[in-house]
Write a protein that binds this ligand. Structure first.
Ligand code: AMP
Length: 395
């Protein structure tokens, strides 16, 4: 039998599968999108043909279809030796990845109030693969777990303490799987151990967050109780004055609508009035569309302020690292952001930045920059596969 690890990532309306061999090579991947709608479809990576899904197909149906297609095409000839699931919210219960049993399933359900769009679909993925592969160990890897090392000074809000005690209101942080990968990969590239590596990791995709990592542990992060806090994102506002809710209430806009706007119609989309896509925004800005230029300006300024804020948690900085669709690909965002941080001594090389660090070990800093700056593609699937293989070895 070929030992392989299956990674399952259920998003609110999407599903991604990846299959790795024991040498961490990706053997196959597949995805389903627009689940729950009339236009649901699936596809095996590298294949132009789409696979029909019933209208309104849910995550379980998509998963069954994709697994049987992978089997038919002999891309997955044997049962995997373990299955790793991305789970968005582990609350304070999960500080690390765990082998899934009925207690774990109940605990993930208990955290669903904190991530109502995500934990239920993560659970439906878990239930579907448990039914399909009842003898294969299943492992849950949490997006919040890496940030469970934050100290109270970083995770508590300045609210009545009963809010934390009674309703678990605190900062949890997200993108933990990606930030953990960045910490490991930066350590490897700098020739250090994880335990002696201190970095600031900026994950800039459609969702954006930044994390201070001290001696390999997350010590501060920009997302909070929900993924709405912190940096400006594609459609999310990031930090906002909570007084906004009351004020807009007096203007006749209900609280639910404001919350919806902050999540879905703000950020780059809101400021530009055009798009949440950084590539398109850069094109628009180059063609004289001022609101798009302003959106990029505000995005970078907020990010620069957060880089400064993350310094408060570190005793040393081994590197500032960029990842995510924007972090990996936008030289403009990186240089604009760092142009605000000259006082801290960051200095990047325009040529290396233009090549997104791909010509080197990822470094884009000038020789006399006070701190190394790196661009590193994230690989969350690989973290999940590694955790699944590691824990399955104990079964
Ligand atoms: P992700 O959520 O990590 O897939 O990132 C999506 C974001 O990355 C979108 O805003 C894309 O426009 C942005 N992105 C991808 N490629 C580029 C690029 N070459 N230049 C600028 N932004 C990019």
């Amino acid at each position: 039998m070929k030992p392989s690890v299956l990674v399952v990532n259920c998003g609110s309306s999407s599903l991604k599968l990846a299959l790795f061999d024991e040498r961490e090579n990706k053997l196959a991947s597949a995805l389903a999108e627009r689940l729950g709608t009339q236009d649901a479809f699936a596809r095996i990576a590298g294949d132009s043909e789409t696979i029909a899904l019933p209208a309104g197909a849910n995550h379980q149906q998509a998963l069954q279809t994709l697994i049987s297609t992978l089997r038919e095409r002999e891309l997955m000839p044997d049962e995997p030796v373990s299955i790793g699931h991305r789970v968005v919210h582990g609350g304070e219960t999960f500080r690390e990845a765990v082998i899934i049993d009925n207690h774990v399933v109940e605990a993930i359900k208990d955290c669903a109030g904190l991530a109502p769009l995500h934990n239920p679909v993560n659970l439906s993925g878990i239930e579907a693969t448990r039914a399909l592969f009842p003898d294969v160990p299943q492992i849950a890897v949490f997006d919040t777990a890496y940030h469970q090392t934050l100290a109270p000074r970083a995770y508590l809000y300045a609210l009545p303490e009963s809010y934390y005690r009674n309703w678990h209101v605190r900062r949890y942080g997200f993108h933990g799987i990606s930030h953990f990968f960045m910490a490991n990969e930066t350590a490897r590239r700098l020739g250090k151990t994880l335990e002696t590596t201190s970095i600031i990791s900026a994950h800039l995709g459609n969702g954006c967050s930044i994390t201070a990592i001290r001696d390999g542990l997350s010590v501060d992060t920009s997302m909070g109780l929900t993924p709405l806090e912190g940096l400006i994102m594609g459609t999310r506002s990031g930090d906002i004055d909570p007084g906004l809710f009351d004020y807009l209430g007096t203007c006749g806009i209900p609280e639910r609508e404001v919350y919806n706007v902050l999540n879905h119609r703000s950020g780059l989309l809101g400021i530009s009035g055009k798009t949440n896509d950084m590539r398109t925004l850069c094109d628009l800005a180059d063609n004289g569309h001022e609101p798009s230029a302003l959106a990029i300006e505000i995005f970078c300024f907020r990010l620069a302020k957060y880089v400064g804020a993350m310094m408060a948690s570190l005793h040393r900085l081994d590197a500032l690292v960029f990842t995510g669709g924007i972090g990996e690909n936008s030289s403009r965002v990186r240089s604009k952001t760092l142009s605000h941080l000259g006082l801290l001594g960051f200095d990047i090389d325009a040529g290396l930045n233009g090549h997104h660090g791909r010509l080197s070990d990822g470094r884009i800093d000038k020789a006399d920059s006070r701190f190394p700056v790196l661009v590193i593609p994230t690989n969350e699937e690989l973290v999940i596969a590694r955790e699944a293989a590691r824990l399955a070895a104990h079964c």
